[in-house]
Design a protein around this ligand. Structure first.
Ligand SMILES: Cc1cc2nc3c(=O)[nH]c(=O)nc-3n(C[C@H](O)[C@H](O)[C@H](O)COP(=O)(O)O)c2cc1C
Ligand code: SF4
Length: 490
């Protein structure tokens, strides 16, 4: 049942009338979530307090998460749509820019034919993004002296679809009993050979050099969401020097970090990590209820295909190795970490809590607030385990009206250093600026997690907030996406 107050028994966040009501609901969830009763005036509030990262001042506690738009040119250059999104990141007032969006380090590492990628020919076009972002930020906040920006570097691995035909061209760390079929892996030819990995390290270095020369403070060596470097962390079944032991599974990551340090020593390194994973989820079968469910993983136990989970019970996380990985990062001199989880391809409820699934998703297996609480709790536990790290948290957009209350509590209590925002910035980029200047939130612009920004790309259209951003509402894709949603009964 869907009405103004709830969707299939899950109360809508917008239906809570007060913080007290919201907190009373939080108290019924299986994972506790700290939430303040009031948002302090900006001058007294923890969210406005600067923090030092790599010797540079970050002027407040908001970060923009990387948000790709499936809207570059077919040869990997930015379009006006990309520029608009980056300009909005600048306007947000957030003082840490985490990556802008995932930029592939080479052609075959693109997750879609419109993803940006680094190559010599794309340098000039890619170099326009950061100045545009900074100009917007300067206009909004007066200065960029306390703005720190990084570029997210990736190889999409299993989820690569680099060519204009949109066909999967997976490059993987190891064969997977469940996701091989979905990712189009037919045989072992998709597996990266040990020899091929040396070239890949060189590609990361070239892209990192470009980032340094273009004025970025850091690069994110992306290890999340099922993409290649995340997959290597769970390459238990891969033979040879890049699989099996923790040391081997982290070898490629360490080689990339060492090579960037050697060749681009002035550049800092950060990591976005999927700190835990679970098995893939799917639509329920008849008789299984109305919520998304884990696939039947029993034939594959112990589950050796995920990082940060219990192989004997792969619907339960286990943070032992993620903590070891973060200690490794610390020992490698990496200080900036962004905690995410899972993968948008096979368990999106972990990484993007939403009340409405994207077109290739499944109905939420839980109240999405539990998803927020889980992500926020994991960031807290990891920060506590490796306190030397500056930790950016994920999972805040779905909090909607109560985002400032929870964000303030998490920073105030030292559970996290910065609060990262993804989808919320698509319809409402100025939200951090509004919080930091004590303005009331514009409720009509709050992301309500309709997931159209994912449904668009899954149906070969550009991403954007079609329901709420007037710019995307007016685009020709909007009625098509609306129709897809209507047919799905949402
Ligand atoms: C349209 C879209 C594009 C995204 N692109 C990226 C990306 O390029 N890199 C990345 O690490 N995460 C990406 N994400 C994940 C977000 O950065 C973020 O982790 C996620 O949306 C959860 O945060 P939120 O609840 O604030 O939206 C994307 C998410 C969406 C919905
Ligand atoms: S389409 Fe807009 S409202 Fe829906 S999830 Fe994306 S940003 Fe939020």
């Amino acid at each position: 049942m869907t009405d103004d107050r709830e969707v299939d028994g899950v109360p809508r966040v917008a239906a809570f009338k007060t913080v007290a009501e919201f907190k009373a609901h939080l108290a019924t969830l299986p994972i506790p979530l700290d939430c303040d009763d009031e948002v302090l005036p900006p001058e007294d509030g923890p969210l406005a307090r600067p923090i030092t990262v790599y010797g540079k001042t970050v002027g407040n506690r908001f970060a923009t998460h990387p948000m790709e738009g499936w809207d570059g040119t077919l040869d990997g250059k930015p379009t006006d749509l990309v520029l608009r999104r980056w300009t909005h990141f600048g306007l947000s007032g957030a003082k840490l820019i985490w990556g802008g969006e995932a930029v592939a380090v080479r052609w075959d590492g693109r997750a879609n034919p419109n993803q940006l990628y680094y190559c010599e020919d794309n340098r000039t076009a890619l170099a326009t993004l950061l100045p545009a972002l900074k100009a917007a930020h300067r206009e909004q906040c007066g200065t960029t002296d306390d703005l720190v920006a990084g570029l997210q570097l990736t190889h999409s691995g299993r989820w690569s679809r680099p060519d204009p035909d949109h066909k999967p061209r997976p490059r993987i760390a190891y064969r997977h009993p469940v996701t091989d079929a979905r990712a189009g892996v037919a045989d072992d030819r998709a597996v990266f050979t040990d020899g091929e990995l040396a070239d890949l390290v060189g590609d990361y270095v070239a892209a990192a050099r470009f980032a340094a020369e273009s004025g970025y403070d850091f690069v994110d060596v992306k290890c999340c969401h099922g993409y290649l470097l995340h997959e290597f962390l769970s390459a238990y079944t891969r033979p040879g020097p890049y699989g099996g032991s923790f040391e081997n599974r982290t070898r490629l990551f360490r080689e990339i970090v060492a090579a960037i340090r050697r060749d681009v020593p002035e550049l800092h390194i950060a990591v976005r990590l999927s700190a835990f994973d679970l098995v893939p989820f799917a639509h329920p079968k008849p008789g299984e209820g109305t919520r998304g469910v884990p696939i039947d993983y029993r034939p594959y136990l112990p589950w050796r295909y995920g990082f940060g989970l219990n192989p004997d019970d792969p619907v339960t996380m286990d943070l032992t190795e993620p903590v070891a990985f973060l200690r490794l990062c610390r020992d490698l001199g990496i200080r900036l970490i962004n905690i995410s989880a899972g993968s948008p391809y096979y368990n999106p409820h972990l990484v993007r809590p939403a009340i409405f699934p994207p077109s290739d998703g499944y109905p939420p297996p839980e109240d999405p607030l539990t998803g927020c609480a889980r992500l926020i709790d994991v960031a807290k536990r990891l920060k506590r385990s490796v306190p030397e790290l500056t930790v950016v948290g994920t999972g805040y957009t779905y909090l909607q009206e109560y985002l400032p209350y929870v964000a303030q509590a998490q920073v105030r209590l030292g559970h996290v250093d910065l609060v990262g925002l993804g989808r919320m910035l698509l319809p409402y980029p100025e939200l951090p600026h509004h919080i930091l200047t004590g303005r009331p939130l514009d409720r009509k612009r709050l992301c309500r997690t309709f997931s159209d920004c994912t449904t668009g790309p899954r149906n070969r259209m550009v991403s954007g907030c079609y329901p709420l951003d007037p710019f995307y509402k007016a685009r020709p894709e909007a009625p098509i996406i609306h129709e897809i949603r209507r047919k799905a009964g949402r």
